[in-house]
Ligand binder design. Sequence first.
Ligand SMILES: [Zn+2]
Length: 353
Amino acid sequence: MERTIPESFAAKSYIYERGEFREGYVMVEGGAIVEEGEGRCPARPDLQVAVFPGVVNAHTHCADYGLRAPPGMSLEELVAPPDGLKHRYLRETPPDVLSGSMRRFGEASSRYGSAAFVDFRENGAEGCRLLREACPDAVVLGRPESPEFDPEEMERIMRHADGIGVSSVSDLPSRYVEEIADFVRDRGAILAIHVSERVREDIDLVLSLDPAFVVHMCEAEDSDILKCAEAEVPIAVCPGSNAFFGKVPPVARMADLGADIALGTDNGMIREPDMAAEASLLVSIAESQGADPSSVLGSLFSLGGKILNRNIRLGRTMRGRCMAVPFEGDPLPENIFRPGSSGASLTKTIGSE
Ligand SMILES: [Zn+2]
């Protein structure tokens, strides 16, 4: 978790804005961009960096950051509610320990250069309250715990949350999920759902709930992806977490079919919240599936503008936090996000942002 670049440096820079790289230079002091411009760097550059403002980690579970996932466990054994290892851990671990894990996760996420992370928070209203306290800037999507729809529980969750993250439509009676979706819609809040991670699920049911975005879609067929594209519902993919379970998201098909792809690091017990490392995997998967790696670069930001700025408090954190990735060669996705890439945080208080 070391910073991969120094606190202060001069660099040849490629700043990614509106879908393209703008070439120039940056001067950085104490982790902040204090000067930037076009043309040659006025000082001898120490390195070359790509700079991505406003990166959003679209899908996390931060509370299990203190747990290390034992290799070889199946998806069900590890994360299926209610008795997967993760859920037993979350039930049995004291709140102050979970809260400490969340705080460390939030600090790591910032240090790697993400401007925001969107967390599926377990443990009902109390879980949401813990995260809101530990990481005030997190986007919190809570999860009801009662066996039937309970408007009072939903009220308690929404006191601390920005919306609801449903574990999957297969885990709950569909009437229950519909009541949750109606509640969230009335509030103008965010609904997100894990979909087709382990087995294919009914995308028509999912889209009828009007989610702001869906997560995973490893087992989705083309028609499912196409329906998401047509409904303009972004798909958050988590290739590192999927790889742990031997799964691969069909990102080339998503790109070809016009779906908006977002990127998330998923469970803290499996992956560091390092979006550059996650993007490296995404780029290599896109290449191996025959897609242009440039087609997935937008995944670093897609939830930021489209979903989150619309309803919630992201403005404060989004402005001015950039992910810097040192690299060599031309500014191509496969050079910037190669195996071993890691991001570092730069703040930016000058310029157009
Ligand atoms: Zn998840």
